[in-house]
Design a binder for this molecule. Structure first.
Ligand code: TYD
Length: 230
């Protein structure tokens, strides 16, 4: 494996997708070979799993927490085999919108015990771990206000996004993300996500660029001609 795996994590509305696009654009301008992908739904089959997970069934039935957990891992196993491992083997920088820590935060907050999470992680990821995880940290009240959509088939989303139960669920999810960062400070970099997107973007770049540089990627600006280029 020659590439670099960078994952982006955070609660809904933390701006992961915006920041991934901005980072991707920055890397494109610098000619860094990279791939942007996401979970759930980073493969053709995974897109089917994503639909099953995030769209409420006409019957009103919702997933049992254990079924939901296994669907996220089914998606991840396929994503690793079909997309992530081949890209890393080809030496690419792989940027993933949500990965393993989302399961630990969300399904952990839904009551799945730690040892079950560890077991499935070891089965599906084997020894692979992200080289870096960017945690975009935000208060749940702000994230939920920002997020425009609802994933209404998931346990945390059964109520409207703005009610106390939903906020409480996301508070627990956020705390779990922060605990992961505390446990693995060498892997997880916390970037406050409350600021203006340009400020957050600079924070993301401060977290990501040293890793890329030390991994042999050419991340300096191609030209100093324009002072406005990022
Ligand atoms: P998505 O629309 O991609 O949300 P976002 O834009 O916030 O990333 O929906 C993904 C949802 O799935 C989100 O609510 C988080 C949840 N999720 C889990 O609960 N466990 C997981 O392992 C993953 C990857 C996502």
């Amino acid at each position: 494996m020659r590439g670099v795996l960078v994952t982006f994590e955070g609660i809904e509305g933390s701006g992961k997708s915006t920041q991934l696009l901005r980072l991707s654009e920055r890397l494109r301008r610098r000619g860094v070979d990279h791939l942007v992908t996401k979970e759930p739904g980073g493969t053709a089959l995974g897109a089917e799993i994503r639909r099953l997970l995030l769209t409420r069934h006409a019957s009103g039935e919702i997933w049992a927490p254990e079924a939901e957990l296994l669907l996220f891992y089914a998606d991840r196993a396929q994503h690793l085999k079909a997309v992530i491992r081949p890209a890393l083997d080809a030496g690419q920088v792989v940027l993933v919108d949500r990965f393993e820590d989302s399961t630990r935060a969300y399904q952990g907050a839904s009551g799945i015990p730690e040892d079950a999470l560890n077991h499935l992680r070891d089965l599906v990821l084997q020894r692979l771990r992200p080289h870096l995880t960017v945690l975009l940290d935000l208060e749940p009240e702000q994230g939920l206000t920002r997020a425009g959509t609802r994933n209404e088939a998931l346990p945390g989303f059964q109520e409207t996004r703005f009610d106390e139960a939903a906020v409480d669920f996301h508070r627990r999810v956020r705390q779990r993300f922060l605990q992961i960062a505390k446990d693995e400070p060498q892997r997880v970099s916390i970037v406050p996500a409350k600021e203006d997107p340009a400020v957050v973007e600079a924070g993301v770049w401060r977290a990501v660029s040293p890793l890329l540089r030390s991994s042999g990627f050419e991340v300096e600006k191609k030209s100093r001609a324009s002072k406005t280029s990022l």
